[in-house]
Each structure stands twice: as structure tokens, then as C-alpha cells.
Design a protein around this ligand. Structure first.
Ligand SMILES: Nc1nc2c(ncn2[C@@H]2O[C@H](COP(=O)(O)OP(=O)(O)O)[C@@H](O)[C@H]2O)c(=O)[nH]1
Ligand SMILES: [Mg+2]
Length: 249
């Protein structure tokens, strides 16, 4: 098992916008816990100089790639670009995570473990061993948002919105994140739906989510409304196109 994992070509991706206070710690921890993975950072010309910091870190951290975009183009398009990068460079697994230390790099190995068997592995804060250490409005929206999404879509998962995920690129045949049209933060929910309706096997694993270590959240309030609108359209697709029946773990 261990040997097999070592043979896989793994890319860990994170999108950054104004993460200068987190990126150093994040990238070192990713490498410390997973020396064999490659890393991709896509930065949208962060005014705080995150990209310059990553360029500096490239001298110390092996196989660290940076794509620097000219302006803030959104989290969804960064994830799509990372998927294209991973396919072009023939990675076996793509693991995506936030750069604000909300996702613990120590848990990457759990994604790697399950990607051996599953097409898509999603981290969940709401499984029995998972935890969401957010507070107030953010916790409320996340917790009840995920419950509502589950009920509306009728998909037996506890988490749809976190970006801590693993893609087995060899198993997800004919799937590409670029096929997912939704914009903004509800993109994450729509990705799960698209993988689900294509009948790929999905594994949920518990994650411990901490609120960001430094800096501010970039999630605009309008995103809640956009998510509700997109959820309604997914519901219609489910009703009129029919949803697959395969059991999920
Ligand atoms: N490249 C890029 N990264 C972004 C953009 N918006 C957010 N991010 C990054 O996406 C991740 C999640 O954003 P965050 O503000 O923590 O969202 P929240 O945790 O939902 O409040 C972080 O690593 C951000 O730096 C963007 O427009 N472009
Ligand atoms: Mg965050």
C-alpha cells in the first residue's frame, strides 16, 4: 500500500489572495508532512506581496510552482486552472486546499490514502470525527447551509462547501472542473453535484477546520444568495434529469 502511494504523482494546490502571513507556514508544513508532493500556488497579484514571498520560497522548497495572474479573477477560475495544470502535467492526484491555515496540511495523507480507491475525496467538518472551529454567523451559515444542500439535492454527504478535496485524475475520466459553470463560492457545491451525477465514487473523510490564522475572509456576503440560486437550479436538474442511485460512503 505504502509503496503504491509513493509511486503516485501528487499535486497539492492552493489559491492565494493576500495570504502573506500564512503562505510561508502553509508551504513548509505541506512539504514537511508530505515530502513527495509537488505544490502549485495560483496568486491573483495580491497587493500584500504574497507572490513575491512564494518566489522567495521557491529557492527553499523543491517542486513549488507559481502561476501569477494579473488581477483578482476568483477562486473558481483558480481551481479550474489548477485542474488543467494537473491534467497537462499528468498528475495522478490533485489535492486542493485553502491557504489560510484553515485546512491542516497534516491531513493531506488521509486524502492520499483514500484516493487510491476513490475518484473523489471530500473533507467534511460535519462527520462525527470532523470539526468546524468557526464561530457566530460563519458557523451558522456553514452548518445549516450544508444541511440544506444535502436535503435539497438528496445526496448522502455532510459537506459540500469546503475546498479541502482530492481528485483522482485517472479515475475521473471525461470529467474536468472546467465543465462546472457556476461562479464564486457556490462553485464548490456545484463541483460535488457534477461528480455525483456522473456516478463517480465519492468518499467523505473528517477534517478539522480552523478559522483563518491571519488576514480577512474574501467571501462576499452576496455569495449566500448566489448559492441559494444555484442550489435551486441544481434541484431542477436533479428532478428533471434524474439522479444516480449508487450508494455513497
Ligand atoms: N487566487 C485567488 N485566490 C483567492 C481568491 N479569493 C479567495 N482566494 C483564496 O481562496 C482561499 C479561501 O478564501 P477565504 O477568504 O479564506 O474564504 P473563506 O474561508 O470561505 O472565508 C484562500 O486561500 C484565499 O486566499 C481569488 O480571487 N483569487
Ligand atoms: Mg478561509
Amino acid at each position: 500500500m505504502q509503496k503504491k502511494i509513493l509511486n503516485k504523482k501528487i499535486l497539492v494546490f492552493t489559491a492565494t489572495y493576500n495570504e502573506i502571513d500564512n503562505v510561508n507556514k502553509l508551504l513548509f508544513k505541506i512539504k514537511k508532512f508530505n515530502p513527495n508532493v509537488d505544490i502549485l500556488v495560483i496568486d491573483d497579484n495580491s497587493p500584500d506581496g504574497t507572490a513575491e514571498k512564494v518566489i522567495e520560497l521557491k529557492k527553499k522548497i523543491k517542486n513549488l510552482n507559481l502561476i501569477l495572474r494579473s488581477k483578482k479573477l476568483g477562486l473558481d477560475s483558480a481551481h479550474k486552472m489548477a485542474y488543467t495544470f494537473a491534467l497537462r502535467n499528468k498528475y495522478d492526484y490533485l489535492i486542493t486546499m485553502d491557504a489560510d491555515m484553515s485546512h491542516d496540511p497534516y491531513e493531506i495523507k488521509n486524502f492520499v490514502k483514500y484516493l487510491d480507491k476513490y475518484s473523489f475525496v471530500i473533507g467534511s467538518r460535519y462527520l462525527p470525527k470532523g470539526k468546524c472551529l468557526m464561530q457566530g454567523r460563519r458557523l451558522f451559515l456553514s452548518k445549516y447551509g450544508n444541511i440544506i444542500i444535502k436535503k435539497v439535492l438528496g445526496i448522502k454527504l455532510t459537506e459540500f462547501t469546503t475546498s479541502y478535496r482530492g481528485f483522482n485524475l485517472k479515475k475521473l475520466k471525461k470529467f474536468d472542473l472546467n465543465q462546472v459553470k457556476a461562479k464564486g463560492y457556490s462553485f464548490m457545491m456545484c463541483v460535488v453535484f457534477e461528480i455525483y451525477i456522473r456516478n463517480f465514487d465519492i468518499k467523505e473523510i473528517p477534517i478539522i477546520f480552523k478559522d483563518r490564522l491571519e488576514g480577512l475572509s474574501k467571501i462576499p456576503r452576496i455569495e449566500t444568495l448566489r448559492t441559494l440560486k444555484n442550489l435551486f437550479f441544481l434541484y431542477l436538474r436533479k428532478v428533471f434529469n434524474g439522479a444516480p442511485t449508487k450508494n455513497r460512503t
